[in-house]
Structures are given as C-alpha cells and as structure tokens.
Ligand binder design. Structure first.
Ligand SMILES: Nc1ncnc2c1ncn2[C@@H]1O[C@H](COP(=O)(O)OP(=O)(O)OP(=O)(O)O)[C@@H](O)[C@H]1O
Length: 195
C-alpha cells in the first residue's frame, strides 16, 4: 500500500524503529525510492518509500473510538490509536462490533460501578463509549429478541485480562437478569456461580 502513496516533502509518516517498533517523522527530502526523514525523537534517517506508512495528523486527543474510522488502517495507525487512548486510561476501543480491551494493570472503578451498568442498559450500540457492558448488552438483547442462545468470545494472550473481562461480562449479565428465581436461586447467583 505504501507504494501507491504520494509522499512529498512535509509528509508525516510512520517508519519502523528497532526500539520503539514504530516512530513518526516528517519527510524533508525525497530521492527516487528513498525518503529522508526527521523523526520525532530527533533522528535523521533514510528509508525506502515501501517501508513507510502515512500518518494521520488529525487524530483527536482521545484517539478514535472505532478503528474502522481511522483514516489509515495500518499497524502503526492502529497501535498508535490504542496507545493514545491507553495513556488516558481509556482501555476499550471498537473495531466495528469487536471490542479491544487493554489490561490497565490498575483498578479503574468508574468502568465497573453500578452507575456505569445502568448507563449501558438498553443503550444503542455505539451510542456510548466502547465498553464490555455494551457488548454484553447487545448480546443479551439479541438473545432475548431472537429467542436463541448467544455467545461472546473473549480471546487474548496469557495475562491480557480475559478472566477479569469475563467477570465483568458475568456481573453485567447478572445485573440484567435481575433477581427472578429459578430452582430456588436468583439468576444473579446462578450467573456469578459460572465464573
Ligand atoms: N480490567 C482490568 N482492570 C484491572 N486489572 C486488570 C483488568 N484486567 C486484567 N487486570 C489485571 O491483570 C491480571 C491478569 O488478568 P487476567 O487474569 O484476567 O488475564 P487472563 O487473560 O485471564 O490470563 P490467563 O490467560 O493467563 O489466565 C489480573 O490479575 C489483574 O491484576
């Protein structure tokens, strides 16, 4: 994709960096298939045009909450968007109807308090900030509307936060299920016993 790019002096781009993985910079000279770049960490490098990616210079300070709306859907653009959000403790980002959750490695109570659950209950998907409760809510409503079982797939590498995320999903489903009883136990008790 980089080959079809119009790179000119002044273009903002991403290039690979052995320490930072990706670094952004500005092109100050083009020379055939090579470009000369000033990187934001103060280096001057020469790189092949096929190894660079365009940078969106208009990303809002909180990043973009759905990555399908990124101007450039490439690895540095995706990683930068997640990093910008993570730096502000925004751990959830959509890619369409998939939720990406990044382990905050710290307690973020506002994400799981009862008020937050209330807020997501019945809200249209995409109307509120990305959240695991929104995924649970839409899955639950679909299940109820269609009268069929539904599944939520939680995947990630070891330590990514699958267990914590699943606990939040369960708590939210228990909250939606309310206190109606089957077999002497409330729906809430039964759902929480699953985890
Ligand atoms: N949403 C979160 N908020 C706060 N801390 C979290 C969150 N998600 C994960 N953590 C922290 O990261 C640790 C690892 O997360 P977790 O056990 O959920 O990972 P996992 O993907 O289930 O790992 P494994 O596959 O190895 O079982 C937790 O014990 C917790 O300290």
């Amino acid at each position: 994709m980089a080959a079809t790019l119009k790179i000119v002096v002044g273009s903002h781009i991403w290039l690979e960096d052995k320490d930072l993985v990706w670094i952004d910079g500005e092109v100050f000279r083009t020379e055939g298939q090579n470009v000369h770049v000033h990187t934001t960490n103060g280096k001057t490098v020469t790189v092949s045009i096929s190894d660079i990616h365009p940078k969106d210079t208009e990303v809002p300070s909180d990043g973009i909450d759905d990555m399908t709306r990124l101007s450039y859907l490439h690895e540095p653009g995706v990683l930068n968007n997640l990093a910008v959000r993570y730096a502000k403790n925004i751990i959830y980002t959509y890619t369409g109807n998939i939720l990406i959750a990044i382990n905050p490695f710290q307690s973020l109570p506002h994400l799981s308090e009862p008020r937050t659950m209330e807020k997501y209950k019945g809200a249209n998907f995409g109307e509120l900030d990305p959240h695991v409760f929104a995924i649970a809510d839409v899955s639950y409503r679909q299940m109820m509307n269609e009268g069929k079982s539904n599944s939520i797939l939680v995947s990630g590498e070891s330590g990514a936060g699958k267990t914590e995320t699943t606990k939040m999903l369960m708590r939210y489903l228990a909250f939606l299920g309310g206190r109606s009883k089957t077999g002497g136990r409330t729906v809430e008790q039964q759902v929480l016993e699953v985890s």
